[in-house]
Design a binder for this molecule. Structure first.
Ligand code: AMP
Length: 311
């Protein structure tokens, strides 16, 4: 495993691989890696010949009062996780390598970035897709891997790739959770033990709605209220919304398409996000049938709405 701090040195190394026609997988991260990141890396290692991981806490996706300065960092531990996970190259640029003096261009997302996190974090997705575009241009991967945990981010990036013909295959990897259902996140390190305990109610609520959906409930208001009833322990529920899994448009009535129930909430001073997909019930299906259904949903989402592939 090799580590690069400059675009030039990474590029020189990648130039050596490209003539051999090797398939390059790319996992962009902000570091402080955990098992969620490891799942993305594992997917890349399984599908590609070489896997590039970037570790970059991107300043342009943080708002002025957000946690850029105190975002957790543990570079040595990250290296160790990457090494044991089979990463080939790590790219760890500093901010001036990505945003040199005079930098002034950014990529503007469309309506898919407006609701949910977009409404509460102005400019966030502009920062995300600007850095993702730059990283794609630097690494030139065949495939890039993103977590379903950041559901809207996946939708915005799929739209970016489609709209700007970036020619990178996007794979969405299911959310990795603690045994009690709580979604892993680097920001979980901010939580006190008591807040961590309260934060469980988010996934509990999402799973309650998912269970109601699988039991046949299709009314979007009932599904949202089923989840909300479990989420009383948070300090501020920013949003809890059922959205079309591909376009992220609101679903006012019955849920008749692949949908995502998405939540953002503060527990103490920590902002947490999570989501579940609502897709037809798997209970009556064999593993093989389940796989076929999941592929069909995937194809439908890719052709029409470009939604994530996991359920
Ligand atoms: P971050 O370092 O938080 O910017 O995340 C880097 C990538 O890891 C993003 O594509 C995230 O969606 C993904 N990710 C973060 N947490 C998880 C998780 N619990 N399960 C799966 N993927 C995750």
């Amino acid at each position: 495993m090799q580590t690069f701090r400059t675009i030039k040195s990474l590029d020189q190394c990648l130039k050596g691989y490209r003539p051999a026609g090797l398939r390059v997988g790319f996992v962009p991260t902000m570091g402080f890696l955990h098992e969620g990141h490891r799942a993305l890396i594992a997917e890349s290692v399984a599908r590609c010949d070489i896997t590039v991981v970037s570790i970059f806490v991107n300043p342009t996706q943080f708002g002025p009062h957000e946690d850029l300065e105190r975002y957790p960092r543990a570079l040595e531990r990250d290296h160790e996780l990457c090494r044991t996970a089979g990463v080939s190259l790590i790219f760890v640029p500093n901010a001036s390598e990505i945003y040199p003096p005079g930098f002034q261009t950014s990529v503007e997302p469309g309506p898919v970035a407006e609701p949910l996190c977009g409404a509460f974090r102005p400019g966030h997705f502009r920062g995300v897709i600007t850095v993702v575009t730059k990283l794609f241009n630097i690494v030139q991967p065949d495939v890039a891997f993103f977590g379903q945990k950041d559901f809207q981010q996946c939708a915005v990036i799929r739209q970016l790739v489609r709209d700007l013909n970036l020619g990178v295959e996007i794979v969405t990897v299911p959310t990795v959770r603690e045994p009690d259902g709580f979604a892993l996140s680097s920001r979980n390190s901010y939580l006190s033990a008591a807040d961590r305990e309260r934060a469980r109610c988010l996934s509990r609520g999402l799973f309650a709605a998912q269970a109601a959906f699988q039991a046949g409930e299709r009314d979007s208001r009932t599904l949202v209220e089923t989840a909300r009833a479990q989420m009383m322990e948070v300090d501020c529920l920013q949003y809890l919304e059922l959205r079309d899994a591909g376009t992220l448009e609101a679903i006012p009535g019955l849920v008749e398409q692949p949908a995502a129930l998405c939540v953002a909430a503060y527990v103490g001073a920590t902002r947490l996000i999570d989501n579940v997909l609502l897709t037809p019930p798997p209970a009556a299906l064999s593993d093989h049938e389940l796989e076929l259904v999941s592929h069909a949903i995937n194809r439908q989402a890719t052709a029409g709405a470009e939604g994530p592939r996991s359920s």
